[in-house]
Ligand binder design. Structure first.
Ligand code: HEC
Length: 125
């Protein structure tokens, strides 16, 4: 969604101001990681190739999200009910494995939580 860049940055100053400086830094790192690794298949507020990621930290604990991002097929192969159902729902399309640290995955989640708050603007655009 190229048009969102403008909206996002206009909003960012408002929302990021509500985050502590540390949180804003983490969210910015997550934003960069998201753009380079995830955005080809995911958006926060709409389904692309994979599911919309808004609300993900409410659907799944971080103890699930970290191994999932590192190697989702391993989680599916373990027989995890949620993972198997999701994998089937998305036509058994495999998400790639990512060589990211726990800290990087955490910052991705902070970014997603921040970006969830952008949904009305993203939806309009
Ligand atoms: C090539 C496409 C692709 C890329 C790139 C990708 N994903 Fe996915 N992702 C998927 C698909 C497809 C699913 C649905 C599950 C499945 O089919 O395995 C998914 C599922 C997920 C889920 C579970 C969502 C839910 O609603 O439970 C999370 C979390 C997730 N991806 C995070 C990420 C993150 C973070 C990145 C970047 C580091 C990323 N994905 C990169 C395709 C992708």
């Amino acid at each position: 969604m190229p048009s969102c860049g403008v909206v996002d940055s206009a909003n960012a100053s408002v929302v990021v101001a509500a985050l502590s400086p540390d949180e804003a830094k983490i969210a910015a790192a997550g934003d960069a990681l998201f753009k380079s690794n995830c955005a080809q298949c995911h958006a926060v507020n709409e389904v692309v190739v994979g599911p919309a990621l808004a609300g993900i930290t409410k659907r799944r604990p971080i103890s699930w999200l970290i191994p999932w991002v590192k190697n989702s097929s391993k989680v599916v192969a373990s027989g995890d009910d949620y993972a198997v159902a999701l994998f089937n729902k998305f036509n058994k399309q495999q998400m790639p494995s990512f060589n990211l640290s726990d800290k990087e995955i955490n910052s991705l989640m902070v970014y997603i939580i921040w970006a969830e708050g952008q949904s009305p603007q993203v939806a309009v655009n």
